[in-house]
Unconditional design. Structure first.
Length: 196
């Protein structure tokens, strides 16, 4: 697979994605933690933990420290603080030089920093949709972020990266979505979720 080429700088959208994620996590009540989510491997509590991990990894990748990030379980308030701290870390670390540098990811593909920003913009925005969908907070979501994540993510989820997650594939097959659906539903369908 050739390395995708993206030139847009979406660091501001990544920061907005962190803020949106923190707001949605903060809205989760204790009685919603065991609800199922569109990510079938996680309930709400597990998805919050994964979103915190992804938030930290998005910052650590700026200078190649992704392997230093570990997953942990946090309560809601600690998770919100962790996402906000990761946002500050990302803002400091994603310098112009780091956006331009190339990193080889564990699966052997080289990405420029700008592409990793796009990758984690898509990741954070999509998991925020998963979480909001699970707990009925869709009204909290910013459609412009979904549009940015969709544009950013399309080159990063090619057919050869799609299949059964149980087989280690990073993306499920794309689901057909009606063009009249909103930006989040189209993003979710693109990444293999059922928008309904």
């Amino acid at each position: 697979m050739s390395t995708p080429t993206l030139t847009d700088d979406r660091r501001p959208q990544l920061q907005a994605a962190y803020s949106q994620l923190a707001r949605v996590i903060h809205s989760v009540s204790p009685d919603e933690l065991r609800l199922p989510t569109p990510c079938t491997e996680w309930d709400v509590a597990g998805l919050v933990d994964h979103a915190v991990f992804a938030s930290r990894r998005a910052a650590a990748l700026a200078d190649g420290r992704a392997d230093t990030v570990e997953s942990e379980h946090l309560d809601r308030d600690a998770a919100v603080l962790a996402v906000r701290a990761a946002a500050a870390d990302a803002a400091a670390r994603w310098t112009d030089a780091n956006v331009a540098r190339v990193t080889t990811m564990p699966w052997g593909v080289d990405y420029r920093g700008s592409q990793l920003v796009d990758m984690y913009l898509m990741e954070l925005v999509t998991h925020t949709w998963d979480l909001a969908h699970a707990v009925g907070r869709g009204a909290m979501l910013d459609d412009e972020l979904a549009e940015a994540a969709f544009v950013a993510g399309r080159p990063l989820a090619p057919p050869e990266y799609r299949g059964d997650p149980a087989d280690g594939m990073p993306f499920a097959p794309e689901v057909d979505a009606d063009d009249g659906r909103g930006a989040y539903d189209r993003l979710a369908a693109f990444l293999g979720r059922n928008p309904a």
